[in-house]
Design a protein around this ligand. Structure first.
Ligand code: 5RP
Length: 226
């Protein structure tokens, strides 16, 4: 079974957690794309009324197309549940996100949510984080100086580029990916990156997810992480 089919298995299971009147954070990425389609269908079939809080312009467009009413995060007073994808999830249910450059908005929505669900295909599970590059959203001003500092720290940074130009995030910042191989101490690294001037947000999502739904060929697995 291909990865897309596994993503769909996880995505379809996740929408069962959405109940009437909920405010639901909508993550970003290809797995979330399937979730949004399934959620739109569920709202129509069960006549549910929810409000979606998108974590990217891409997701906002997809939600509108699927018939999901959306609001801006600053126009609501709570988020009941957020459903998002992840790039890697380790055995302690810590994650790397930001492969799709949306991790700043995703983290803002996640930390303001009562409950967080991640939907992943089984290939995203790993013993240790780090084989997937860790994205940093950085302020363009001084980013080359920051890059040099990260290089000296042995973090093997690369700017994320497209056709010779910096990829811009929704907040018009740059992305630097750290090619770390293996992250032995995610909390230590998270704290270090939090303290570095110029880094707006990094893609380590620690102690955030409550439930991980994994797409396997024989069906979804629901894991209560915390
Ligand atoms: O963090 C993300 C976007 O910033 C995505 O959730 C992550 O990249 C997973 O994407 P996909 O579902 O396409 O594999």
């Amino acid at each position: 079974m291909n990865q897309d089919a596994l993503k769909q298995i996880a995505a379809r299971e996740a929408v069962k957690f959405v109940k009437d009147d909920m405010v639901v954070g909508l993550g970003t990425g290809s797995t979330v794309k399937y979730m949004i389609q399934a959620l739109g269908k569920r709202l129509r079939e069960k006549n549910l009324h929810i409000v979606g809080i998108p974590t990217s312009n891409r997701t906002a467009r997809r939600a509108r197309r699927a018939g999901i009413p959306i609001k801006n995060i600053d126009d609501i007073d709570h988020i009941d549940l957020t459903i998002d994808g992840a790039d890697q999830v380790d055995k302690n249910y810590q994650g790397i996100k930001g492969g799709g450059i949306a991790h700043l908005w995703e983290k803002i929505v996640a930390i303001n949510s009562t409950k967080n669900i991640w939907i992943v295909d089984e290939t995203k599970l790993t013993n240790h984080l780090g084989s997937f590059p860790l994205p940093l959203e950085v302020i363009p001003y001084g980013s080359s100086q920051l890059f040099v500092r990260l290089k000296k720290m042995g973090y093997h940074p690369t700017f994320r580029m497209s056709h010779g130009r910096h990829i811009l995030t929704h907040s018009r910042n740059y992305i630097i990916d750290l090619n770390l191989g293996q992250i032995d101490h995610p909390h230590h690294l998270s704290k270090q990156l939090d303290e570095m001037t110029g880094i707006v947000e990094h893609g380590l999502f620690l102690d955030i997810v409550n439930t991980v739904i994994v797409g396997h060929p024989d069906g979804p697995e629901i894991i209560n992480a915390r």
